[in-house]
Design a protein around this ligand. Sequence first.
Ligand SMILES: *[C@@H]1O[C@H](CO)[C@@H](O)[C@H](O)[C@H]1NC(C)=O
Ligand SMILES: *[C@@H]1O[C@H](CO)[C@@H](O)[C@H](O)[C@H]1NC(C)=O
Ligand SMILES: *[C@@H]1O[C@H](CO)[C@@H](O)[C@H](O)[C@H]1NC(C)=O
Ligand SMILES: *[C@@H]1O[C@H](CO)[C@@H](O)[C@H](O)[C@H]1NC(C)=O
Ligand SMILES: *[C@@H]1O[C@H](CO)[C@@H](O)[C@H](O)[C@H]1NC(C)=O
Length: 351
Amino acid sequence: MRTFFQVLFLLNAAWTLARGDADVSCQLGQSCTLPCSFPAGDETVIHWIQMTSPEKPAHSFYYNTDQLQRQHQGFRGRTSLFQEQISRGNASLLLSGVRVEDEGRYRCYSSVLAGNHESFINLKAYALVQDVHIQHSGKEIICSSDGIYPKPTLTWTPHQTDSNTSFTQTEQKLYSITSSVPSSDSRESQDVICTVSTPANSRTAVLKPTVQQNISGTEASISCPAVTDATFLIWRFNHSEEIVRGKAGGPHSPPEKWKKHIVESSSEKLTLKHLQPSLTGIYTCEIRNDTGTFIRSSDVLIIEDDNNNNKTTVIIIGVTVAVLVLVAAAIALSIWFKKNKKQKNRKEGMI
Ligand SMILES: *[C@@H]1O[C@H](CO)[C@@H](O)[C@H](O)[C@H]1NC(C)=O
Ligand SMILES: *[C@@H]1O[C@H](CO)[C@@H](O)[C@H](O)[C@H]1NC(C)=O
Ligand SMILES: *[C@@H]1O[C@H](CO)[C@@H](O)[C@H](O)[C@H]1NC(C)=O
Ligand SMILES: *[C@@H]1O[C@H](CO)[C@@H](O)[C@H](O)[C@H]1NC(C)=O
Ligand SMILES: *[C@@H]1O[C@H](CO)[C@@H](O)[C@H](O)[C@H]1NC(C)=O
């Protein structure tokens, strides 16, 4: 007899599996609707149960009201039904503040006078891959991202056989991923792309080769990699010091030290004025769009402004010319005076 029921149970389980539970993807921390509908009728009873072992009652409804006495404490304050829709056969459950523990199979049981009904859904939780960081660090290139669920994968392009990837997980079960590859001349001279993916989404970080730039004069621009639909930008000096951070369209409020040097900061370029050799260093532009992050460093050498020397030369030449003109004028004047005097003498003599 027992075996008979077991077989029935197995058959039932196989039937539900074959039928295929509906998958519902829920973003961690957000609200999510677990759909369920039933043939509407009188004296509605609804039970939502998470099919863990032991089972966890998530939400119940009967006698025309929510019944939360037996609700598992993990669901406390996070569940509700669409009350006004129940009479229309809608037993969907709204679950807020979704957690990783909410993952798994749920049974939606409903009964009315005319009979009962059940359906199953499979809840999958996710946290999107957001910013992916890539940077040179000593003799390595390091790529990292965090706050991800489920466990992400990371790929390097071009493919790297000597990468070292590790994961950590927070108490909330969110994954952090870090991968490093040794840097080499060939890697320094081409784009290195790191892609972090989950079934829900993927984002990339692109590290562009460093460019050399020598600038002089009073004003000059350092350019960013070309990025379509840029949303965010950061400019850094010597890797650690932030010059500008903000939305691609601005406005930006740089620190006082840099404000006096910035003519313009955009997702295309950084224009600096009052250039001086102490501003020599590495300028890194980090731009983000919806695909990922794009980073390029410019190794900028600021050459002593020889405009100043030119100015001095101009001044020296100017002064010299002025002196020469004055001397010439003085000579001309004295000649004229002498002539005039002679003439006068002659005239006087004639009288
Ligand atoms: C139930 O009602 C909610 C709220 O109006 C709606 O979002 C959902 O799609 C409905 N579900 C079904 C199965 O009708
Ligand atoms: C990989 O990284 C881990 C931690 O950063 C380190 O302990 C390990 O030695 C590295 N392995 C290789 C092969 O580089
Ligand atoms: C910049 O100047 C340095 C030293 O004067 C020189 O070695 C380098 O080739 C120059 N780079 C460019 C791009 O002009
Ligand atoms: C982000 O920029 C890259 C490089 O320009 C481009 O290939 C990609 O399509 C852009 N993504 C979006 C969403 O605009
Ligand atoms: C920035 O880095 C360059 C070399 O990369 C160094 O010569 C310069 O002194 C640094 N500047 C500051 C202000 O730290």
